[in-house]
Design a binder for this molecule. Sequence first.
Ligand code: FMN
Length: 156
Amino acid sequence: MELKILVGTMTGTAEMVADEMSDALSDAGHEAEVLAMDDLDASVFADGGVFLIVTSTYGQGDVPDNGLALYEGLLEQKPDLANVTYGIFSLGDMTYADTFNFGGKKFDEALTGCGAKRVGDMFAHDASSGTIPEEDGVEWVKAWIENFKKACEIAA
Ligand SMILES: Cc1cc2nc3c(=O)[nH]c(=O)nc-3n(C[C@H](O)[C@H](O)[C@H](O)COP(=O)(O)O)c2cc1C
């Protein structure tokens, strides 16, 4: 199975998580391409497929600057993403309690609003918890891919 991992980050943590997820997926026999959101717009979803969104949260609950064009493109263009399936691993910090992990939540709402289907719950990493985001990411993605395969089998 081929996946695209789209990375929204300000200081690189989400990118490290995505790279380790990609290695874990590759070990499990899946091809995963990691793409920084920088140069992406909503057309990245045009051919459908399976996506993982790995994004942090900045400002006051904003998506990272490098993901803003992609996020706003989804809201403005409202492409039909009925053939898109996705999972979300979000990074935030409970210190920002009022906007905790809004980066991931915003992408989740935007994608759902375009008709894409999320598999599994969004993982919300808390930087103040002391857990290592790369470790949580690898553990989460291994479970996520199994859920995804089961969902495909049930649908078939
Ligand atoms: C200036 C600043 C603003 C932030 N705002 C939020 C926020 O509103 N909500 C949240 O949950 N986390 C917030 N965070 C925490 C980051 O999302 C978290 O540290 C994350 O792990 C950073 O990942 P990155 O290196 O991939 O950008 C903020 C961090 C900074 C430095």
